[in-house]
Design a protein around this ligand. Structure first.
Ligand SMILES: [Zn+2]
Length: 167
């Protein structure tokens, strides 16, 4: 359904706010709460009017939105690490989460201390630190870029890119 397509919602100052669907975006436009910034090619027809489906809309008034740091989650870690073991680089559907500094040694459950690891590497590393186990991390563990909030199935919509630079 085209009305379910994702639409990027910009704040009045062009900062990305969230994602909604075409149906909601058109409702905001009809209520004059938003304007279409980027239109798609496809048309959506009502008995009396037809509209290009919006791809990016901008709110007419500024919304104060506190920026919440994204909370760590299993899915979040796996997608940050692209479903790849951060020790051996193997990509797998059945990855585990590894605490770089083991929990038993005071390691915290944070973005900076949790990585995706395959079962073999997790088992090999067990209760040691990467240095002790002589296992090097492929990437430094860090908080995911807020850009990832604006990805649909791991990809950014092409027309959204110019608006996401400021994120
Ligand atoms: Zn591995």
């Amino acid at each position: 359904m085209i009305t379910q397509n994702p639409v990027l919602v910009l704040n009045q100052n062009y900062q990305p706010l969230n994602i909604c669907n075409v149906k909601r975006a058109l409702a905001l436009i009809l209520l004059e709460k938003a304007e279409s910034t980027v239109d798609g090619q496809e048309l959506i027809k009502s008995p009396t009017q037809s509209f290009n489906i919006p791809i990016v809309i901008r709110l007419m008034s500024y919304i104060h939105k506190p920026i919440h740091p994204k909370k760590i989650s299993r899915q979040g870690v796996l997608s940050r690490d692209k479903n790849t073991c951060q020790y051996c680089g193997m990509s797998s559907e059945s990855l585990t989460l590894d605490h770089i500094i083991p929990k038993s040694r005071g390691g915290k459950h944070t973005w900076e201390n949790v990585v995706a690891a395959c079962i073999k590497c997790n088992h090999k590393k067990a209760g040691s630190t990467p240095q002790e186990a002589k296992m090097k991390l492929i990437n430094k563990a860090k908080k995911p870029n807020t850009d990832s909030n604006y990805m649909i199935k791991g990809k950014t919509v092409k027309e959204w890119k110019p608006f996401l630079i400021s994120v």
